[in-house]
Design a protein. Structure first.
Length: 112
């Protein structure tokens, strides 16, 4: 027996049939909203003056913090061990395991 799955989008504002999903980002947080054509137009018009004055950013819209690394990026464990050894040899307080502080990573990279 065949099955057919149907997904019906409802406008998140008024519950009417949604025509599209609009994605936008503010303060590093990406949002999606399902809206009908009228609400999509209203949303885009609300952003027109802001978008016109803004710079377009390529890549991911969100960052953890200004100057921080992208979520999910990892440093090679061997490199982290080298950083710990270098840190101890150069008077930094370093734990045997866990996160290596950004300050230590920056100092290590500056020295190498």
């Amino acid at each position: 027996m065949a099955q057919r799955v149907q997904i019906i989008l409802e406008d998140d504002i008024d519950g009417s049939d949604a025509a599209e999903t609009v994605q936008f980002a503010v303060d590093g947080v990406t949002y999606e909203i399902d809206v009908n054509e009228q609400h999509a137009t209203q949303l885009r018009e609300a952003f027109v003056s802001w978008v016109g004055a803004a710079r377009k950013v390529r890549g991911a819209a969100s960052k953890r913090s200004p100057g921080g690394s992208a979520a999910g990026s990892k440093t090679d464990p061997e490199l982290l061990n080298k950083m710990r050894e270098w840190g101890r040899a150069n008077g930094h307080q370093v734990s045997d395991r866990g996160r290596v502080s950004k300050a230590l990573q920056d100092a290590y990279h500056q020295a190498h």
